[in-house]
Design a binder for this molecule. Structure first.
Ligand SMILES: [Zn+2]
Length: 242
C-alpha cells in the first residue's frame, strides 16, 4: 500500500526570530500554492494569527483550497508563557484565523508546547496537534494525547533543502504517515548574514525540490492528505472498529 504523505507549512515571518521580513509570504507562498494546486494536492498551512491579518488573501486561499491551521499568534514560545497568557494568545489567533475557515490543526512555534496546556487547545476547538517531532526526540507514532490527535512531524525542513540526490533516500525510508514541514521563507533566497539554517538551501531551487518530492511520492503510489483529512479518516476507522 502507498504511503500517506502530509505537506505542512508553518506560515510565519522569515526565519523567526532572526529576521523580520515577510518575503516568504510576498514571493514564496504564492508559488508553493500554485505548485500544489497544479498537482491537485492540498497542503496544510499553519498560519500565525498576525501573518493571517497581514496577508488575508493567502489565509483565505489556504482556507478555501487547502487546510488552514494555527501556528500561534506571533510565533511565541508557549513554554515561556504563563498558562493564562498562552490561552489569551491562542484565543486571539483562533478568532483571527476563523474568519478564513474552520481551524482544527495546530503546531506550536519551535516545537515547544507544555503538556499541561493541551487543555487550552481542546477548549478552543483544536482537534489535531503536530508539535511533537521525531527530530526533537519524540519516538511514538500517531496517538490520542491529552484530548487531541497527535500527528507527529517526521523530519526537519533541513532535510528537504538538501540536494535532491542526497534527500531521496530519506523519503524512501520514512514511515507512513509522513509529515513534512516547510516554511514560506525557504522558497526565497534568504540573506547569508543570517545563521546558516535560515539560508541553507533556500531560494528557487527549493521549489524544484518540492516538485521532485511530490513526483517521487506520486510515482510510489502515495496519497497526499491534509492533517484534517487524516484526522477525519482516523475517526472513521475508529468508528468502524468500534
Ligand atoms: Zn515556526
Amino acid at each position: 500500500m502507498g504511503k500517506i504523505v502530509m505537506l505542512t507549512f508553518d506560515v510565519e515571518q522569515d526565519c523567526p526570530p532572526f529576521a523580520e521580513t515577510r518575503r516568504g509570504m510576498e514571493e514564496g507562498l504564492p508559488r508553493v500554492m500554485d505548485l500544489l494546486e497544479e498537482f491537485e494536492i492540498r497542503g496544510t498551512f499553519l498560519f500565525t494569527g498576525r501573518i493571517a491579518e497581514e496577508f488575508p488573501e493567502l489565509a483565505r486561499r489556504a482556507g478555501k483550497k487547502h487546510e488552514l491551521g494555527c501556528h500561534g499568534l506571533e510565533h511565541e514560545r508557549f513554554d515561556r508563557l504563563p498558562q493564562g497568557e498562552a490561552e489569551r494568545r491562542l484565543r486571539e489567533a483562533m478568532e483571527t484565523l476563523s474568519q478564513f475557515g474552520e481551524v482544527i490543526s495546530f503546531r506550536a512555534p519551535n516545537f515547544q508546547f507544555p503538556d499541561e496546556y493541551y487543555g487550552i487547545l481542546a477548549k478552543l476547538g483544536f482537534k489535531v496537534d503536530s508539535t511533537k517531532a521525531r527530530h526533537k526526540g519524540w519516538r511514538r507514532g500517531v496517538m490520542e494525547l491529552h484530548g487531541l490527535l497527535e500527528v507527529p512531524a517526521t523530519t526537519t525542513s533541513i532535510v528537504t533543502r538538501l540536494p535532491w540526490a542526497l534527500q531521496r533516500g530519506f523519503h524512501r525510508r520514512f514511515e507512513s504517515p509522513i509529515v513534512y514541514i516547510f516554511h514560506p521563507w525557504e522558497f526565497v533566497d534568504m540573506p547569508k548574514r543570517l545563521r546558516p539554517d535560515c539560508w541553507f538551501g533556500t531560494g528557487r531551487g527549493a521549489l524544484e525540490k518540492l516538485r521532485k518530492l511530490i513526483e517521487f511520492h506520486l510515482g510510489n503510489g502515495a496519497r497526499f492528505m491534509t492533517l484534517r483529512e487524516f484526522y477525519e479518516e482516523y475517526q472513521k476507522l475508529k468508528r468502524t472498529r468500534g
